[in-house]
Design a protein around this ligand. Structure first.
Ligand SMILES: NC(=O)c1ccc[n+]([C@@H]2O[C@H](COP(=O)([O-])OP(=O)(O)OC[C@H]3O[C@@H](n4cnc5c(N)ncnc54)[C@H](OP(=O)(O)O)[C@@H]3O)[C@@H](O)[C@H]2O)c1
Length: 217
């Protein structure tokens, strides 16, 4: 039987590329978008891809996703949705810091019921606090808050047999990263897949980079 993954925030960028690569590799892929009726390139991805409507700030969308998945085992959940600049602080905090934890916790039963039982929350190196002296603005605050919340929850998730990490995906050439970013979206997604494919119990609870290095908090 094929493995199943769920990619949160798959309309563009790293999320879309993860859907494309996992589907090409034969996975059953569940993917969320804020525009399920006009999915754009996400609707063109070849393979076993099921789309779900979700704004990650919406409790109703999350409840509908839980209902749609029912007891489907999810081997791998990746939360990629995120916002960067030119966005009100409360939206940045809701999308980047609160949603990944809320979504993961709402779907823990699905992950725990699978054979691989893995979760990746996409953070940023800008959320690392060690050695920082200045502010990195709302975005840095939001990813630091995500990292902090993740570290406190990881031990509880491990008790359910789940291995989870936060990942810095690189500075990636997407709408968010801009065209001068040094890492292509396909390289970043391939690195994330490699990292998650080799995820060990020792790595659980950690902060990792797309190219397989442990990151300081
Ligand atoms: N690119 C980089 O250099 C870089 C570096 C470090 C970390 N990251 C992190 O990597 C992740 C993916 O970034 P990216 O570069 O792929 O960004 P992107 O190309 O700007 O795509 C962002 C994705 O997040 C979705 N999204 C935004 N707000 C949402 C909401 N309220 N509900 C549901 N989905 C929402 C977008 O959906 P819509 O199309 O509906 O807006 C889109 O699919 C983010 O968490 C980001 O912080 C990126």
């Amino acid at each position: 039987m094929s493995s199943t993954c769920l990619i949160i925030g798959a309309s563009r960028g790293i999320g879309l590329e993860l859907v494309t690569q996992y589907a090409a590799d034969g996975w059953a892929v569940h993917a969320t978008t804020r525009s399920v009726h006009q999915p754009g390139p996400l609707g063109e991805v070849a393979g076993a891809v099921t789309l779900h409507q979700m704004d990650v700030r919406s409790d109703a969308d999350l409840a509908a996703l839980q209902l749609a998945l029912d007891r489907t085992p999810v081997d791998l959940l990746i939360h990629s949705a995120g916002v960067y600049r030119n966005t009100p602080r409360e939206v940045i905090m809701a999308v980047n810091a609160e949603a990944p934890i809320r979504v993961a916790e709402a779907l823990l039963d699905n992950v725990a019921a699978s054979s691989q039982r893995k979760i990746a929350l996409i953070t940023s190196q800008l959320g690392a606090r060690r050695g920082r002296t200045g502010s990195l603005g709302d975005y840095g605050d939001s990813k630091a808050a995500l990292n902090d919340a993740f570290r406190l929850r990881a031990p509880g998730w491990a008790k359910r047999g789940i291995r989870a990490i936060v990942i810095h995906p690189g500075w990636v050439s997407t709408d968010m990263g801009g065209s001068s970013a040094p890492v292509s979206v396909s390289e970043s997604a391939a690195g994330i897949r490699r990292l998650m494919g080799g995820l060990t119990t020792r790595m659980h609870g950690g902060f990792w980079t797309w190219d397989g290095r442990e990151h300081e908090w």
